[in-house]
Design a protein around this ligand. Sequence first.
Ligand code: TAP
Length: 452
Amino acid sequence: MSDTITLVNPATGRAFREIPRAGLAEVDAAIAGAVAAQRTWAALAPVARADALRSFARVVEAHVDELAALEVENSGHPIGSARWEASHVAQVLNYYAAAPERLIGQQIPVAGGLDVTFHEPYGVVGIIVPWNFPMTIASWGFAPALAAGNAVVLKPAELTPLTAVRLGELALEAGLPDGLFQVVTGSGSVVGQRFVSHPDVRKVVFTGSTEVGTDVAAGCARMLKPVTLELGGKSANIVFADADLERAAASAPGSVFDNAGQDCCARSRLLVERSVYDRFLELLEPAVQAWRVGDPASPDTDMGPLISASHRDTVAGFLDGADVAFRGAAPTGDGFWFAPTVVLASPGDRLAQDEVFGPVVAVLPFDDEADAIRLANDTIYGLAGSLWTENLGRAVRVARGVKSGVLSVNSHSSVRYATPFGGMKASGLGRELGPDAAEHFTETKNVFFATD
Ligand code: TAP
């Protein structure tokens, strides 16, 4: 294996940078440095840790344009999305900067003394992130983990390490102690696996495929190490006949084609009540045609290329034998372009069951509310979903009936840093973000003080 990784711009197909590929010795050195830094960090006054995280947030905010430009070049994200992602990292840091002073334990009434609980940090947390949202997903792990008094070693995906590497540098610029937050570039089988097997990494956060996540969880089980998993999805966008069909159709492209469909929350199944099925497809077609695919550096672009040539081949493979209803437009030539595609599917089809992770949506009709819930739950996944109806009772019933971790009524919201995020079934284990995330990076210690 070469000791460097070659980065390719997905919009041009051209290599533009080499970065180091860490071996085991480098990973172990990073973990040793993190162990030392964590002891000092955890001993700081809570307000000092809070101030350091606020300072980190300010430095990230001052570098939003630079981070966004890196994401455009490395990941092909449209510039507008990339700016949002960089700002989101600063907001996540700000949000969890409040946590060190609010990790409040309990005082429990007992006989003969005083009983209190403490939220103790694990020590070193290993975070493994995928290539689809390189900086936001990283921040969902490192911000609350640091806030809770842990050190962090972060492994970005080989394809998209640049923003993570820059965030590691910005942490130092902001004054975070040396060794506290380290970014280690390299392969999953070496760096990621070492986070799993190293005894000094006491918790692992993994985001990526269900297949690799299952292996990571098995490895962590052998080490009795807690693990948070954010995995794949096949989320449903359910449109009832009583919905505002115009709004539902206008917003559907964004719900599945955003980030070229390389989004675990992509609403890649569109379930439409049979009585409005034809009408809805008529409304959807112009919305898909209007979805602008092109140069990610242009502020008018809605969607850039896919991440790599091999991923484009995988996505294209899903269209073999598919019943394509209509497609949008995409550039031709260099770059890993793929036009947004709407296919008509039946429940057992591969396109209705498997995660494509590309700009392909499968449309299926349903008969009534019970049928909609049954179909929505008819995959191994349970990450996100949307439902469109003007009937409040139905909205409540369907939202409670769909087995997904994150649902949205009459909109496509999935991620807000202040609300919990994560999947059911094969989509994951544990939750990120929201008010409790810092606590998830701690272990409860109970101490009894005898008074008699
Ligand atoms: P994976 O191949 O699973 O890779 C994810 C990360 O794990 C990468 O950093 C990868 O490193 C690393 N990795 C690979 N093999 C490993 C191993 N044996 N041990 C430890 N780490 C290992 O997924 P991907 O192709 O990057 O991402 C696409 C998939 O992730 C999709 O299925 C998608 O749904 C899912 N995903 C889910 C979410 C959420 S929030 N639920 C978010 C994004 C993506 P390398 O870079 O070296 O391969």
